[in-house]
Design a protein around this ligand. Structure first.
Ligand code: SIN
Length: 276
């Protein structure tokens, strides 16, 4: 395996590996180590059908079924993220960690490019251990015992009418109910032992025991701090590229700049454990 860092902060491109052919327990252990070190790994020119992608993902844990994308008309282990010409909203358009309204958010996701636009459609990633590490001792002490409420009210549900604005469809039925969980603001990565900031724009609503109004100033500051340019990298997709991100130590954002072109990605999420 060759490892080429993508920025001074986060992300590495991994060469010399045909994932569908080479994946086994030993290779998965190496990838797990690299993921803990770099936060997100990129693999180019991979021949992966949906079953291959799920087989690779299962080396890192069970496959996570996303409750909001599980519309009942496709394989629930796969989310196909389609950006069609005319879409005014896209999946993942603000800085976020995936699915943190769940009591046990996914540990990571494998996103595979099926169709990419001639320009644009990059994904940005930000290291949340660097974001934490760069805080002052005073701020670290303030955050030590803070917990945050995460909800999917902003990014799902019939009230947002997202299906009218984008090609990737989510549940908008009348039985949908919001999901809410409380997580520590700072978590410790189970493999690296590093402390990571764990708040994000899509799901974090307020600190536990604080009102929304009271939380706003500090919470917004922390969420914005987490994607300062020096904590980030940017990945330019080509068909058959795969990104595998660590959802415990990074945030990401899909850039909404594809204009009249299509972008089609296949995502498999890997189940995670409690946030501690
Ligand atoms: C996501 O947030 O999972 C989607 C990222 C992307 O489409 O680049």
């Amino acid at each position: 395996m060759q490892v080429k860092r993508l920025s001074g902060a986060v992300g590495a491109e991994i060469g010399g590996l045909d994932l569908a052919r080479d994946i086994n327990q030993g290779v998965a252990a190496d990838i797990r180590g690299l993921l803990a070190e770099h936060g997100v790994l990129f693999f180019r020119d991979q021949e992966l059908d949906a079953e291959d992608q799920k087989r690779v993902a299962r080396h890192f844990g069970d496959i996570f079924i996303h409750p909001n994308f599980n519309t009942g008309d496709h394989d629930p282990e796969i989310v196909t993220i389609v950006r069609a010409p005319g879409d005014t909203r896209i999946v993942g358009e603000e800085w976020h960690t995936d699915t943190t309204m769940m009591p046990e958010p996914p540990m990571g996701a494998l996103l595979y490019a099926l169709e990419t636009p001639p320009f644009g459609g990059d994904t940005l990633f930000a290291s949340q251990w660097l974001a934490y590490d760069a805080l002052s001792d005073g701020m670290k002490a303030t955050l030590a015992n803070l917990r945050c409420v995460h909800s999917d009210m902003k990014v799902a549900g019939p009230h947002n009418r997202l299906n009218a604005k984008r090609a990737t469809v989510i549940r908008e039925d009348e039985n949908w109910r919001p999901t809410e969980s409380v997580h520590p603001v700072v978590r410790t990565h189970p493999d690296s032992g590093k402390k990571c900031l764990f708040v994000n724009h899509s799901y974090s609503t307020r600190f536990e025991g604080w009102t929304v109004e009271e939380s706003k100033g500090l919470l917004n500051w922390l969420m914005d701090w987490g994607h300062r340019p020096e904590f980030t990298c940017r990945f330019q997709w080509a068909p058959k590229s795969l990104a595998f991100w660590d959802n415990r130590s990074t945030k990401h954002l899909a850039v909404h700049d594809v204009h009249d072109h299509r972008r089609v990605m296949r995502r498999v999420q890997v189940a995670g454990g409690p946030v501690v």
